[in-house]
Design a binder for this molecule. Sequence first.
Ligand SMILES: [Zn+2]
Ligand SMILES: [Zn+2]
Length: 57
Amino acid sequence: MRTCIKCFAETDEGAQICKKCGSKEYFIEKESKIKCPSCGASNSGDNKDCYSCGIHL
Ligand SMILES: [Zn+2]
Ligand SMILES: [Zn+2]
């Protein structure tokens, strides 16, 4: 999850622009990240399964 610091809308991980205000430049990544032990992908903290390889985190 990413948060627009301009309008504070939350936007899906991987989205290129804020879906509310359309800004490209006002995203911050939330701090909580889980690194997948299998493939090393950086998953958001509320992911139960790796978005990349699908293993249970
Ligand atoms: Zn926005
Ligand atoms: Zn993985």
